[in-house]
Write a protein that binds this ligand. Structure first.
Ligand SMILES: *[C@@H]1O[C@H](CO)[C@@H](O)[C@H](O)[C@H]1NC(C)=O
Ligand SMILES: *[C@@H]1O[C@H](CO)[C@@H](O)[C@H](O)[C@H]1NC(C)=O
Ligand SMILES: *[C@@H]1O[C@H](CO)[C@@H](O)[C@H](O)[C@H]1NC(C)=O
Length: 291
């Protein structure tokens, strides 16, 4: 769509200058303009999906077959900051693992800042995984940082809502945060090269980590929410990220409370931006998660 518009604009411009040249009384051949376009400008003119600018959300790998980096491409904002093959050798407080695991209420990760006191607005392209367990080759969320959560499994996606102190995921205490997803204006994702895997979605047999192609999340302001959509459901898009300035309450409704840990089955929500008065269907409270 965008390239068609550019083409039309280009044609209009060409026709105008053509007319102008012919209207001149004594036409002279002017030298062809010398190209002044530098490499940065060429990079800016590229659009994601053009040759050499892969679309992050279309890069699919078995977990056991992940390359060191899924986005090593030196195009637009690339290559990615960290890496995707994460294991015991990469575990720890300086890990730049960008593979996020989203299994269950006591075994999941969030994107956080690689720099101390990061602001999401500054680090969104290079956020790294912070996990509740020290088993995914990532940074670890400190015990006690998460003070409440609600994990909801629906027929269309798994969603978590929760409370966390910002520094638990490298964020400045004052950062109100922002939205992250595998698209972005240039379709390279935030984080660029970030991939998500789960053994809790319907795309998994319950054990194997299956890639989650479509997800979105908000972190910051002492809260987090993360939605992992099932690959088999194309429509509606429950992970739509059109309303990325308005946060968890609007995009991922739930009734999470600070100080409680709950796990529920739920109905799918209305498509974001549509509301009825129907709420979550069933709910069961478990206060045993040990973060
Ligand atoms: C462990 O991770 C490192 C760093 O990403 C990678 O080079 C290495 O191949 C991994 N090892 C295994 C067994 O996957
Ligand atoms: C899901 O994956 C995690 C680690 O990635 C593993 O510890 C857990 O046992 C798996 N769950 C099942 C039901 O296999
Ligand atoms: C949640 O509760 C914790 C511990 O009581 C508190 O420190 C934190 O400020 C609360 N978070 C929010 C967003 O109210």
């Amino acid at each position: 769509m965008r390239s068609t518009n550019l083409l039309v604009a280009g044609l209009v411009a060409a026709v105008h200058s053509f007319t102008f040249v012919f209207a001149a009384e004594d036409p002279r051949i002017t030298p062809a303009p010398s190209p002044t376009v530098d490499a940065d400008e060429i990079a800016r003119r590229q659009v994601a999906g053009a040759p050499g600018t892969p679309i992050l959300s279309t890069l699919h790998y078995a977990f056991t077959d992940l390359p060191e980096q899924v986005y090593p491409f030196q195009v637009l904002r690339g290559p990615q900051f960290g890496f995707n093959r994460c294991n015991d050798t990469t575990l720890g407080p300086t890990s730049n693992c960008q593979t996020l695991i989203f299994n269950s209420p006591d075994d999941f990760c969030l994107w956080g800042s690689p720099d101390t006191n990061g602001l999401i607005g500054n680090v969104e392209a290079k956020v790294v995984a912070y996990c509740t367990k020290p088993t995914h080759g990532t940074r670890v969320i400190p015990p006690g940082a998460i003070t409440g959560l609600q994990w909801t499994k629906t027929p269309g996606y798994i969603q978590v809502r929760g409370f966390i102190n910002n520094p638990g995921i490298g964020l400045d205490p004052s950062d109100q945060g922002g939205e992250l997803d595998p698209h972005g204006a240039d379709l390279q994702g935030n984080p660029l090269g970030g991939v998500v895997y789960s053994n809790g979605t319907t795309d998994s047999d319950g054990h194997t980590l299956a890639q989650v192609f479509n997800w979105n999340t908000f972190v910051g302001g002492g809260q987090f929410c993360f939605k992992a959509c099932y690959n088999t459901i194309d429509s509606p898009d429950y992970c739509e990220n059109r309303y990325d300035l308005v946060g968890c309450d609007y995009n991922m409704p739930g009734n999470v409370q600070n100080g409680t840990f709950t796990e529920c089955d739920g109905d799918v929500q209305d498509v974001v931006g549509t509301y009825t008065s129907a709420g979550q269907s069933t709910s069961q409270s478990n206060a045993f998660y040990n973060f």
